[in-house]
Design a protein around this ligand. Structure first.
Ligand code: AMP
Length: 286
């Protein structure tokens, strides 16, 4: 595995030859865990060469304290990436991606970015402008054939798919199912900041989502009943959710009734000091 920092080093390494098969790319913010490992492993199985980036992107943070306290572990990250099959590990400097200052200038339609995590009460509408800006700059530098994103960040996945379509980029976006701890908690770099009590409390989130999934499988058609059930379970466990919503996984439009098509049931909640998100795709019965 080659480790590179500047964009010019990256270009030089990529120019050395691309191996056989497609170039895969896994963009991350570092503090890698088994969820990231799954994305990298999938890429290494499906691609000739795998590039992984680790960059804590300032323009997607609405809160300076959150940005400052985001975990940074480049040495451990490089080891995990290499073991998972990464060929080129890129840790860009801020100036590599933002040579003209920290401005977010790539956006997709508000319908996708001003709801759920992009709502004013969440991370705000500028959050996804930060995400699309950094991902489009990373794509421009890496020029992948296939890019891998986690379904855990379902809204981000929908936004990136839209951005890729809007810009007519020749990149296939592949979503990878959420990797969880054995107790059900979705893996996240932010879990490192949960104390033991908050971690225990946070388990109510996957439990509630699982129960809602079971209700849908048993024939519950009203998404209002499903979201009310999740909300109730969270509150019972001392968690005040930021949102619990049922939406179309592609265009994020609200869905009132299970209709035989997949429905995204998404939750955000702050537990202890840590904002967590999780979701399930409800299949329901047709
Ligand atoms: P992050 O470093 O949190 O920005 O995540 C980088 C990529 O890993 C994103 O595409 C995430 O959706 C994905 N990811 C994060 N956590 C998980 C998880 N538990 N399972 C699968 N993918 C994940």
């Amino acid at each position: 595995m080659k480790r590179v920092t500047s964009r010019s080093e990256l270009s030089a390494v990529l120019a050395e030859g691309s191996g056989d098969g497609p170039r895969g790319f896994v963009p991350t913010m570092g503090a890698l865990h088994a969820g990231h490992r799954e994305l990298i492993s999938r890429a290494s199985i499906e691609c000739g060469r795998v590039v992984v980036s680790a960059f804590v992107n300032p323009t997607q943070f609405d809160d300076a304290t959150d940005l400052a306290s985001y975990p940074r572990e480049p040495e451990a990250d490089a080891k995990l990436a290499q073991a998972a099959g990464c060929d080129v590990f890129w840790t860009p400097a801020v100036e590599d991606l933002y040579p003209d200052g920290l401005e977010a200038d790539v956006r997709v339609t508000d319908n996708l970015t001003s709801v759920l995590c992009g709502a004013e009460e969440g991370r705000g509408p500028d959050h996804f402008a930060g995400v699309t800006t950094v991902v489009s700059r990373l794509f421009d530098a890496v020029r992948p054939d296939i890019a891998y994103f986690g379904e855990k960040d379902a809204q981000q996945l929908a936004v990136i798919r839209r951005m890729t379509a809007d810009q007519k980029l020749p990149i296939e976006i592949r979503g990878i199912p959420t990797v969880r701890d054995p107790d059900g908690l979705a893996l996240s770099s932010r879990n490192l900041r949960l104390d033991a009590r908050s971690r225990e409390q946070a388990l109510a989130i996957p439990r509630a989502l699982r129960e809602a999934g079971e209700m849908a499988m048993s024939g519950e058609r009203s998404t209002d009943s499903l979201t009310r059930h999740v909300r109730h379970l969270l509150i019972e466990n001392g968690i005040e959710p930021e949102y619990v919503e049922a939406r179309d996984p592609d265009d994020l439009a609200p869905v009132a009734e299970m209709n035989g098509r997949p429905v995204l049931l998404a939750v955000a909640a702050t537990v202890g000091e840590v904002r967590l998100i999780d979701n399930v795709i409800l299949e329901g019965r047709s």
